[in-house]
Write a protein that binds this ligand. Sequence first.
Ligand SMILES: NC(=O)c1ccc[n+]([C@@H]2O[C@H](COP(=O)([O-])OP(=O)(O)OC[C@H]3O[C@@H](n4cnc5c(N)ncnc54)[C@H](O)[C@@H]3O)[C@@H](O)[C@H]2O)c1
Length: 335
Amino acid sequence: MTVRVGIIGTGLIGTDHGQKLARQIAGATVAGVTDVNRARAEEVAAELGAAVFDSAEALIASPDVDAVLIASVGPTHAEYALACIAAGKHVLCEKPLATTTADALRVVEAEVAHGRRLVAVGFMRRLDAGYGQVKAAIDAGDVGEVLMVHNVHRNPTVPESYTSFMTMTDSVIHEVDTIRWLTGEEITSIQVLPPKRTPRAYPHLQDPQFVAFTTESGILATVDFFANAQYGYDVRCEVVGSEGTASLVNPTLSTTVLAGMDTTEIPPDWRVRFGAAYHAELQAWVDGVARGEAVGPSAWDGYAATLVTERGVEAVRTPGQPVAVAGIEKPPLYR
Ligand SMILES: NC(=O)c1ccc[n+]([C@@H]2O[C@H](COP(=O)([O-])OP(=O)(O)OC[C@H]3O[C@@H](n4cnc5c(N)ncnc54)[C@H](O)[C@@H]3O)[C@@H](O)[C@H]2O)c1
């Protein structure tokens, strides 16, 4: 079966995913796209040989669309995911599943009422080879009991529209998911410690930010997040266990040995660093849809991440104060 995908949102990642689906992912075609920016949708549709739909609603309802990829801006995600569930269509929703916990819960409740999983959330780091090896080491018991997880997340720079709160909702949300996934535990508190500011940050942006989480069993997880780190895109993770450690390092892209120096290139941006993970995420999702299964992080994972980052926004407002995180009990559909 060829899965005919409809894409909502033809911005940066919608276009990137569309190009992969049209050219690289086996068993998929891009049936159509839509964007409130019609000109942009037409441009991408022409490139991918896809139709243009007048609205997200029309795309979701179309008999020519088997499954939906939501890549529009975050505040639109929950309504479109709900419409996909109502139409009984599989959906891969870019992170975040919703921008409020209440909206994320509506998606969870709708899927539970539907009775089977249709929603996957785009936490693609779970498909990264390096994170996969760290997870395998934990699951095999190699590091013993997990005690701490230290994360580094640095961007070269961010646009001026980026705020201190987006640190949580746009960036640290990835670590929230990887911490939950690696440890198999829910996060129970979040605290933000603002270090000395870089002179390169905009006045409205606290940068860097240091975030500390605790989990159900008392694991301490940290994120050193730096939005304007200048030097490159740098994502690392070290799991400290009772018997040893497991570390995610930057993949080596190239090395120059010159004039007494051994220089290793690091990824310039997230598209380069996680390109293979996006590919693996899309292929696994399409294969799952063809089998009638929702493959990938669930609506529950999307809900849990939004819950933590919503509390994280509160933690940004109250530096140094731990903010408790308490959600609903996990419904049986996701156990
Ligand atoms: N998983 C990842 O690593 C990753 C990376 C980048 C972006 N994202 C997520 O993907 C989403 C899109 O990010 P982006 O960087 O492509 O943003 P973008 O601004 O480049 O693109 C968003 C697009 O959505 C369109 N849009 C806005 N409202 C719409 C609506 N109601 N219906 C249809 N289209 C609408 C905009 O016109 C724009 O073209 C965000 O939620 C972002 O957090 C995830």
